[in-house]
Design a protein around this ligand. Structure first.
Ligand code: 13P
Length: 247
């Protein structure tokens, strides 16, 4: 299976710096095509110029969210067909920041994923436990419960990527041990056998404080099929180093 490294820029980037970064990454990808699939997920305002900047580079584009409905009277929201139209192949859904900031439930994430897939996108569905949930020993139960609630039926390796992002690891500089990552990813893989088709081919990403120094070690863990990178994707050097570590 082809590994996947996605850069989630979150609510960061203006045209000047975001497009320059995309151009720089595109030039590097053209000069030395990466073995892994690389996806850039800029804020919605930069989708069009980033799409232009990475055209013919082999890099892919992703959105950071979409509405549960494809179109309609939803001021400020973005529909999955709009992401597709802007050149996206992927969309991140159910990120813990959206679950926190916009009270997104598993049911909402599931509806978004169904709409995204119907629009021809591949859904990157995020799950992960809080620090309190980990401390109480419920990590695997929480993650499986989120997964069951967040996945529409019959997704497959072409329509689904799962991202395990422990909430406490995001932006904190802390990561789980490789043994902890291995345990959760194995549990997710087992759950996917009930929840998706081609379960062994569905890519499971790790996300949360991924840096050039830990990328290789994380990628070596069984069932880690790629990385979802936040802060580390805002620097061309760092993101390229992470992506290269995965090859
Ligand atoms: P950081 O890499 O900044 O910890 O963020 C991870 C993340 O939330 C990616 O979606």
């Amino acid at each position: 299976m082809r590994k996947l490294v996605a850069g989630n820029w979150k609510m960061n980037g203006l045209a000047a710096d975001g497009v320059a970064r995309a151009r720089d990454l595109a030039a590097r990808a053209k000069a030395k095509p990466p073995v892994s699939e690389i996806v850039l997920c800029p804020p919605a305002t930069l989708l069009a110029p980033v799409a232009q900047a990475i055209a013919d580079s082999g890099l892919a584009l992703g959105g950071q969210d979409c509405h549960t409905e494809a179109a309609g009277a939803h001021t400020g929201d973005i529909g999955a067909p709009m992401l597709k139209d802007a050149g996206c192949v992927y969309v991140i859904l159910g990120h813990s920041e959206r679950r926190r900031d916009h009270q997104e439930t598993d049911a909402v994430v599931r509806a978004k994923a169904a709409t995204a897939v119907a629009a021809g996108l591949c859904a990157i569905v995020c799950v992960g436990e809080t620090a309190a949930e980990r401390a109480s020993g419920r990590t695997e139960a929480i993650v499986v419960h989120q997964l069951r609630g967040s996945l529409p039926p019959k997704l497959n390796a072409a329509t689904l990527v799962v991202a395990y992002e422990p909430v406490w690891a995001i932006g904190s500089g802390r990561t789980p041990t490789v043994d902890d990552v291995a345990a959760v990813h194995a549990r997710i893989r087992a759950a996917l056998h009930d929840l998706a088709t081609q379960a062994d081919a569905v890519r499971i990403l790790y996300g949360g404080s991924v840096k050039p120094v830990n990328a290789r070690e994380l990628m070596a863990v069984a069932n880690v099929d790629g990385l979802l990178v936040g802060g580390g994707s805002l620097s061309t050097e760092e993101f390229w180093a992470i992506a290269s570590a995965c090859d």
